[in-house]
Ligand binder design. Structure first.
Ligand SMILES: Nc1ncnc2c1ncn2[C@@H]1O[C@H](COP(=O)(O)OP(=O)(O)O)[C@@H](O)[C@H]1O
Ligand SMILES: [Mg+2]
Length: 250
């Protein structure tokens, strides 16, 4: 039984789907009744709507993902599968966007110790996963078959969230390209990022280098140096305020 879903039965967060009920049947199978999210996965939504969204809308979406994550972390869980496809977006009658983080299949209590995923594991294929989970991806061609372990920490979700943010700001292709580069070039963390910064600036979406540089800590290979969901909310809310002020009629 996924205890995070049980915890969400009694907790309300507008950016997580709600557990409406759960039970166990005669065969000892668990059944969970979830709130229906009347929307689309974020990747599908963006593929149709990206050109209609402004930077402020994109930041609003990213901040709502973080509100959901913050709640999961406050419940002492880690989502472990943060990606665009596990965020859904509903649009209300006023064309407001409402994000819900879904899919807690892989969620784990914080501080659990797990065996690292091997590169040939189905789950380890994701380029958006942090190096502590899949250390083998960070060295060319060398598989770690050892019993290496990692501790489940919120910083895992933060690393994955960073690529959601990059996908929102500069498109899935650029985000994936840079992420792959970062995996190959683990010893050279600051260098690969410089190229990414300039492609972001060229995209015209983001010009505040200081903001980008504080965000980049989210993918630091040392998990302890990554910001918390709260820290990122603070940065992105300030960023959004600046963007909104710049677009206010004089
Ligand atoms: N509560 C829900 N309301 C509406 N659609 C949902 C809900 N839960 C899942 N879905 C749809 O089903 C898809 C797969 O669900 P998910 O929980 O992510 O399972 P999986 O582990 O297969 O990825 C989602 O991308 C979404 O389109
Ligand atoms: Mg899913």
């Amino acid at each position: 039984m996924n205890m995070l879903l049980v915890a969400l039965h009694v907790t309300t967060c507008r950016n997580l789907y709600q557990t409406l009920g759960y039970s166990i049947d005669a065969n000892k199978s668990y059944w969970i009744l979830l709130e229906y999210v009347n929307g689309q996965a974020l990747d599908d939504f963006l593929s149709h709507r990206r050109h209609t969204l402004q930077l402020s809308n994109l930041l609003h979406i990213a901040i709502q993902v973080l509100y959901g994550l913050r709640q999961i972390h406050q419940l002492h869980y880690v989502h472990m599968d943060m990606k665009m496809n596990n965020c859904m977006i509903e649009e209300d009658a006023n064309h407001g966007f409402h994000v819900k983080v879904i899919d807690y299949d892989l969620a784990q209590p914080q501080n659990t110790t797990l065996r690292c995923w091997r590169t040939d594991d189905r789950l380890a294929k994701g380029w958006w996963l942090p190096p502590e989970i899949c250390p083998a991806r960070t060295t060319t061609g060398k598989l770690h078959t050892s019993q290496q372990k990692f501790t489940v920490k919120p910083s895992i979700d933060i690393y994955c969230f960073y690529w959601i943010l990059m996908d929102l700001l500069c498109g899935a292709e650029t985000a994936a390209k840079v992420a792959r580069q970062s995996i190959r070039d683990v010893s050279n963390f600051p260098t690969y990022f410089t190229g990414f910064l300039s492609s972001l600036r060229q995209s015209g979406m983001v010009t505040q280098a200081d903001i980008l540089e504080s965000l980049q800590l989210s993918i630091h290979h040392d998990p302890c140096l990554r910001p918390s969901a709260d820290g990122l909310i603070d940065i992105l809310e300030k960023f959004k305020n600046k963007v909104d002020l710049a677009h206010m009629p004089q």
